[in-house]
Design a protein around this ligand. Structure first.
Ligand SMILES: NC(=O)c1ccc[n+]([C@@H]2O[C@H](COP(=O)([O-])OP(=O)(O)OC[C@H]3O[C@@H](n4cnc5c(N)ncnc54)[C@H](OP(=O)(O)O)[C@@H]3O)[C@@H](O)[C@H]2O)c1
Length: 309
């Protein structure tokens, strides 16, 4: 039985990983894994009777050392990060601490005990001038979030730990108390008959969180190391994605106004022409994501069981 430590379990991806790697009791128990979920907050958002959970701040090196030293995982999955791009731009010290120092801590301790590190990164390591990108493309982040995520990747590479870095794009799905993501915001706004403005000059492959969690599991299970690009099957603009969502949910698509990124005046600049080439992940980690239309249908099914706040 392999021991897996998941960091950032309260987040959108972290919750999905907890569900995917299995509960500790009941019919969904997976006897392949002993899973310890962890996150910054004292409490786990999922049912603590069904999952093992402990509080862990990845920026606290001595806590990371003692938890990893006692649990001795074979695999550490890092889904913890400061993910709000504009907050990262404005709170640079905090962003660096979580997205770089925290990752350095995990990498160093994983290397010492011989664990494999599976880490999540982003298309924001690129400048968005020449997407879609493959894994050989040269990173050139244009905002502070992207800079911290690239520095986190580099810290992992420099540490010598066996690792997989999965870069992904605009992740969406539901979870308990998850922070708003683009698709949830569109659904919630259109459901309340609000008019929304969506940019038509930011292009990328929206990624369903279930596909990303499956990529993590495949990467953890296969004897592979390196960087993989994992995202949804097709690229489209945020505006076109919002229109697809409106059609699937039978909302009024005329409520979506087409605008340019410059109109939003966000603190952090955004890469515009992004998107990934998936050939390497398809071949080496058996990654086969849904199209945006299929993923929106999956989101619709999820939302039958979840109330949006
Ligand atoms: N969401 C996207 O569109 C997107 C796109 C590209 C890449 N990614 C990457 O994908 C990964 C997962 O993203 P996500 O959307 O699931 O993020 P998320 O929902 O924002 O969750 C991140 C989690 O990290 C935890 N965390 C923050 N600081 C921590 C610390 N110091 N120690 C331990 N845990 C800490 C938080 O836990 P608490 O709630 O317990 O405080 C939070 O729940 C991240 O690496 C992100 O950079 C995301």
């Amino acid at each position: 039985m392999k021991r897996i430590l998941i960091c950032g379990s309260n987040g959108l991806l972290g919750q999905r990983l907890a569900l995917m790697f299995g509960k500790k009791t009941g019919p969904q128990r997976d006897f392949q894994y002993e899973v310890l979920n962890s996150s910054h907050h004292r409490m786990f958002v999922l049912d603590h009777h069904l999952f093992d959970y402990t509080q862990l701040d990845i920026t606290n090196k001595s806590d990371v050392k003692s938890l990893v030293g006692s649990f001795r995982p074979d695999i550490i999955v890092n889904a913890a990060a400061m993910t709000n791009v504009d907050e990262c731009e404005m709170q640079r010290e905090a962003a660096w601490k979580i997205n770089v120092t925290g990752v350095e801590n995990l990498a160093e301790i994983a290397r010492r005990i011989g664990a494999k590190l599976v880490h999540i990164s982003t298309d924001y390591v690129f400048d968005g001038k020449h997407g879609p990108y493959d894994e050989q493309a040269r990173p050139n982040p244009i905002n502070y979030y992207g800079k911290t995520k690239l520095a986190g990747e580099n810290a992992i590479r420099a540490s010598g730990v066996p690792h997989v870095i999965l870069r992904t794009i605009v992740v969406f799905g539901t979870g308990i108390n998850v922070k708003n993501n683009f698709a949830l915001w569109v659904v919630k706004s259109l459901r309340e008959n609000k008019k929304i403005r969506c940019v038509d000059d930011q292009v990328g492959n929206p990624t369903y969180v279930g596909d990303l969690a499956a990529a993590v599991k495949n990467a953890a299970e296969r004897d592979r190391c390196g960087v993989y690009h994992v995202c949804g099957a097709n690229a489209l603009s945020r505006f076109d994605f919002a229109v697809e969502i409106a059609r699937a949910f039978n909302f009024d698509e005329m409520a979506i106004q087409r605008i340019k990124t410059s109109a939003l005046q966000q603190p952090a600049p955004r890469p515009l022409k992004s998107g990934f080439i998936l050939t390497k992940a398809e071949k080496e980690i058996d990654y086969h994501p849904m199209t945006s239309v299929q993923a929106i249908e999956a989101l619709k099914r999820e939302l039958l069981h979840v109330t949006l706040n």
